[in-house]
Design a protein. Structure first.
Length: 205
């Protein structure tokens, strides 16, 4: 399934998580696909804008990266620079192809906040391609499961806890589902801290 066709059926200014098999190519000039590939010359030459440093800072890179060449960068750093380029070009649609690969926990959380800001304040539509549902858990407005022939399932944020056929569900969800299978009443907590608070409240009752 072609990613541009999929996005054309969706409301704009949202964050979509995508799992499955999809063709990420598009000829639409209003799309920027963020994937790993090399660029010629230095980062500064590639970005080629008075906003180069500001865009790098938005993707959590400092000015030292302006003089670096792509062969000196990691896959994650290249993807960040590609995202900086998309911000300079002011693309309405940003497609992230396994963007979280190579990021540590803190970096992932920083980018989640950035993606929300891009969607809510800058009115960008963001599509995140990944098989790691944990990365999408608290940022995606909708999770879409597809194959080459089209959409298999759509899940709204309210339906996340009903995901049953997608791999890599958060451990907290597995725990909640296990409790329910044993007829133990438990709410849909989305983070471990809230779950622990609920457990302590139950112990005190």
């Amino acid at each position: 399934m072609e990613v541009a066709i999929l996005l054309n059926t969706k409301p704009t200014e949202k964050i979509y998580g995508l799992t499955g098999n999809i063709n990420v190519t598009t000829n639409n000039d209003n799309y920027r696909i963020i994937t790993e590939y090399r660029f010629p010359g230095t980062t500064e030459t590639f970005l080629n804008s008075p906003k180069s440093l500001a865009s790098l800072k938005m993707v959590f890179l400092d000015e030292s990266y302006l003089t670096k060449k792509s062969e000196d960068l990691s896959e994650s750093e290249i993807k960040r620079i590609m995202l900086a380029r998309a911000l300079i070009e002011n693309k309405d649609y940003i497609i992230l192809d396994y963007f979280e690969k190579g990021l540590n926990y803190k970096e992932k959380e920083n980018f989640k906040r950035l993606f929300r800001k891009l969607s809510q304040e800058y009115h960008k539509t963001i599509l995140i391609l990944t098989n790691d549902i944990t990365f999408l858990w608290d940022i995606a407005d909708e999770i879409i499961n597809v194959d080459k022939n089209g959409v298999i399932n759509n899940y709204s944020k309210e339906e996340y806890f009903n995901l049953s056929n997608i791999a890599n569900k958060p451990e907290i969800t597995k725990f909640i589902n296990m409790m329910r299978e044993r007829n133990i009443k438990i709410a849909d907590y989305k983070n471990v801290l809230d779950l622990l608070k609920a457990i302590y409240r139950l112990k005190g009752e």
